[in-house]
Ligand binder design. Sequence first.
Ligand SMILES: [Fe+2]
Length: 131
Amino acid sequence: MPYFQWTGSLVIGIKTIDDQHKQLVEMLNNLNDTMEQSGQCPAPELVDRLKTYAAEHFHVEEGYMQAFAYPEFEAHKKEHEAFCDVVLSLGNSCADGSAHPAELLEFLKSWLTNHILDVDMKMGRFLEDHL
Ligand SMILES: [Fe+2]
């Protein structure tokens, strides 16, 4: 059983975005496997790779939202920015030993789950009506 199990309830209905979400889940599972094997923080490059991919993905979502004048664009974008800030600081804390690796993984898992199920789902419904 993977650390983060992809389920149909996470599908927002926009294929490009769903595929990227699946990729993020897979990257998180790989990060977890690496951490379980070593018992240590994932290498900063791996955390960085996930953060870079997430930033690219956010850019795609933001492009959709802007293209269709999504009314909750600003608030949604702020969540993306907050995510990048926390991953950066937690990644650093993990690397310098002041945070346990599990904290980073748990943050990623719960943020992704909550973000997809709440704001991304709302955005998906809006886009489906406008695409
Ligand atoms: Fe989002």
